[in-house]
Design a protein around this ligand. Structure first.
Ligand code: 2AM
Ligand code: CA
Ligand code: CA
Ligand code: CA
Length: 270
């Protein structure tokens, strides 16, 4: 993508992200219709759907040749990532949205032929916008985020984002590895929004994030932001992320990424 095209697309996407956030803030205290999806804890609200529809309609009207991949299925069915693809999570952290009315984000990643070009993670209630363009660095609002290698991170002094489910007996990872990680790291955190966890990695206020079975829209924007500051995202087995399917993820500061998947994330059945 040419830099001028990237800039024009970025300006338009930014406007829509801020507008969608404003609409959510305005109605945050209105009563909500809450439904469940795959399990009683897998929530969706009318605001998730309304926000995704907002993006899908605007994108399709303005850029008829672009495709939209969104969590609530109001975009397009994709077989591949050719062309320009917007990967949208209208509300990442729906449980936080429902229970806390804060700590959720709008996540928008724009990919060109599978390459991440533009990423937005918008912490709606805090009104903080994390954003990045490929090759042009990542920002928190107007503040450029420094490259992660300016800090010499060791696991003993690292904060690791961890889905607590992994500390309990589960079909994917050996709990002994996760228990060792909990003891080794300085501390663990669980924020309940994958997009925000990626943003905190990019900001350098957290050093690693391990989580299972994330969907493309959970990580599409975050991977772009993190890569702009020198962070690494792979599948939990160390292989390349596939944005057309779910992935278990290790995202981290470059000093500790390999150590995490080599010594602590012990996958079952592989
Ligand atoms: P969501 O709120 O958009 O569904 C919570 O730990 C994180 O995992 C959130 O980013 C959440 O995104 C994501 N997640 C992915 N699949 C999920 C599921 N089936 N149920 C709940 N959270 C899920
Ligand atoms: Ca969801
Ligand atoms: Ca999500
Ligand atoms: Ca969501």
């Amino acid at each position: 993508m040419r830099q001028a095209d990237r800039q024009a697309l970025y300006d338009q996407a930014k406007q829509w992200v801020l507008e969608a956030g404003e609409a959510i803030r305005t109605s945050i205290h209105k009563p909500l219709r809450i439904e469940t999806k795959s399990s009683p804890n897998d929530l969706v609200t009318e605001m998730d759907e309304q926000t995704e529809r907002f993006f899908a309609q605007h994108i399709h009207e303005t850029y008829p040749e672009h495709k939209v991949l969104g969590e609530e299925g109001l975009g397009d069915e994709l077989d591949d990532l050719t062309g320009t693809v917007w990967i949208v999570d209208p509300i990442d952290g729906t449980m936080n949205f429902v229970h806390q009315k804060q700590n959720f984000a709008i996540s928008v990643g724009i990919y060109q032929d599978g390459v991440g070009e533009i990423g937005f993670i918008y912490d709606v209630m805090a009104d903080v916008l994390f954003h990045a363009k490929r090759g042009e660095g990542a920002y928190k609002n107007d503040q450029p985020l420094p490259n992660l290698d300016e800090r010499d991170v060791q696991l003993e002094a690292a904060l690791i984002g961890l889905n607590n489910f992994w500390t309990t007996e589960n079909p994917r990872v050996e709990t002994k590895g996760i228990h060792a990680l909990v003891r080794k790291a300085r501390g663990t955190r669980s924020y309940g929004s994958a997009a925000l966890e990626f943003a905190y990695l990019a900001e350098g206020i957290m050093d690693g994030y391990v989580t299972m079975k994330l969907a493309p829209w959970d990580i599409a924007a975050g991977m772009i932001l993190l890569s702009e500051v020198g962070g690494i995202t792979t599948r939990a087995d160390g292989r390349t992320v596939n944005l057309l399917q779910n992935n278990s993820i290790i995202a981290a500061h470059p000093n500790i990424h390999e150590e995490l998947y080599r010594d602590y994330i012990i996958l079952k059945n592989t």
